[in-house]
Design a protein around this ligand. Sequence first.
Ligand code: HEC
Ligand code: HEC
Ligand code: HEC
Ligand code: HEC
Ligand code: HEC
Length: 433
Amino acid sequence: MSIKDWLKRGWVYILIFLGSVIGTVLILMLLFNIREKKREALQYPFKVVEIGEDEIDPAVWGQNFPFEYDTFVQTKVDYGKTKYGGSTPYSKLEAYPAMKRLWAGYSFSKDHNEERGHHYTSIDQANTLRTQIVVQPGACVNCHAAEMPALVREMGWEEFNATPYNDLKSKLMTGSSCADCHDPNTMALRITRPAFKIAMEEAGVDLSKATRQEMRSYVCGQCHVEYYFKGKNKVLTFPWSEGRSIDAIKAHYESYDFADWTHAETGAPMLKMQHPEFELWGTGIHAKSGVSCADCHMPYVRRGSVKISDHWIRSPLQNPNASCQTCHHVTVEELEDRILTIQDRTAKLLRQSEEAILDAIDAIKVAQSKGIPSDKLDKALHLHRRSQMRWDFVSSENSTGFHSGQEAARILAESMDLARQAQIEAIKTLNRS
Ligand code: HEC
Ligand code: HEC
Ligand code: HEC
Ligand code: HEC
Ligand code: HEC
């Protein structure tokens, strides 16, 4: 081979060599990019600040967890109404006028709105007429302010509950916070509200052994439950000594004749039910199948290469794709239809119960106006109480039956039956007199 030939072939080798170098570099760059993305996912969250044990400001937590924080602050947004829920705080009393008479003599008959996002927990409590026209205890603060656990450490459990709400009001700046549900050191879910701990312990549940999936509902069960204020210190208590079904809750209250207020039209000793989401969900097919509150209300969403839990806690009708389609492989239209079918049926039964209870109230009033003594009306009054607590349980539960459709229907069927019995009992007293 001549030197000339060698040089000619040499160029070919050099070109092949250079080509493979460039190719290798390109492949390495691609691999590096993928590794970077993976590392970003692994590195997230970024530890920017040390979060103190007493830190309740979500913005401070947000420095380490910006993606969760960005969704959390969206609970401020009014995304509008859904057919029965949503984040527009319209007056329930105007939407369902029967409520004014059903709650006659109680502050709920003056002011009660559709609830909205966690951003407003403290704000709406401060602004409702229910904290202005009546003197409320500090017990109200339990579920509405992030300052609550620190106040209990400072004042003691009984004293905190007993102190008037208005005396604590100026200390409540934060509303909902990361600290309500998370341990700042490990970010594990935790229970911060004593009433839930006490009630679960009494029921024989060891919270320290709760699974991660159970905790994804327990954190919500701290607040989204029926409650009352017990004794002269107004200690926040969950009526679960007999269980968490409506019948168990009734048995708890009957065991010592508890009443929230006296009905202004009939004089019946009444019970007010409030947001029993945790209890009603617990009787439904989703709870039985191990589906948690967070599965539907905090579904996973993507932020770049990172998967996070959506902290914009809201109506799943806003995002059935993320909330339901992970488990149900049907169209969004079909899912919406399944929700609305249950809700429309429940709403119709609710309206029918309201009419039945109002008829009972009217019959009792007629008997009273005819001079029937109150001991003769005792049976009718107790039926009024029992009927209305059942209607209220489903009415104030915020899913309009969805969390447990058949149980909601069963409870309303009983409510109507008891209301009609009350009406008949009242009419009977007239026939006898
Ligand atoms: C299987 C899914 C699912 C599970 C599990 C679930 N929910 Fe719901 N939830 C819904 C749907 C659907 C609605 C109806 C939303 C509407 O009417 O706009 C709803 C409504 C609500 C509302 C009222 C929202 C609004 O817009 O007014 C609250 C509060 C709520 N749920 C809390 C809870 C809590 C607390 C738990 C657990 C104890 C829970 N949910 C479990 C699907 C679920
Ligand atoms: C056990 C926890 C808990 C306690 C105690 C509690 N709340 Fe609430 N509150 C909630 C939850 C959960 C909601 C959202 C669901 C709803 O509105 O039904 C809510 C909603 C509200 C709202 C907005 C909806 C409306 O009714 O207009 C106001 C106002 C309010 N609470 C005031 C009070 C007052 C006043 C007290 C004391 C008498 C109190 N809360 C005690 C958990 C609690
Ligand atoms: C009402 C309760 C609640 C509040 C308030 C809350 N979180 Fe969460 N958070 C959860 C639940 C439930 C999960 C899911 C945990 C699991 O699956 O183990 C979660 C998960 C997380 C995770 C784990 C990664 C992920 O996204 O799943 C981080 C980080 C986190 N939250 C940060 C925050 C920050 C920051 C705030 C305040 C800005 C906050 N959370 C407020 C309930 C809450
Ligand atoms: C510390 C008490 C507390 C905890 C814990 C809590 N909530 Fe709430 N939640 C409230 C209060 C109070 C409101 C009503 C705020 C208002 O209307 O001003 C509310 C409102 C809501 C709403 C209505 C939002 C809307 O757009 O209408 C939903 C849905 C909800 N919570 C679900 C949950 C779920 C799911 C969990 C658990 C992951 C949870 N909450 C944990 C107190 C709590
Ligand atoms: C984590 C999984 C999971 C999620 C998320 C989930 N579901 Fe379900 N759902 C189930 C399971 C499991 C059942 C029980 C049926 C079965 O065993 O096949 C069920 C049952 C149902 C039923 C039948 C109820 C009945 O009374 O028979 C309806 C309707 C339903 N889901 C709607 C929804 C909607 C709407 C959403 C979103 C808001 C949702 N589900 C989210 C797992 C889930």
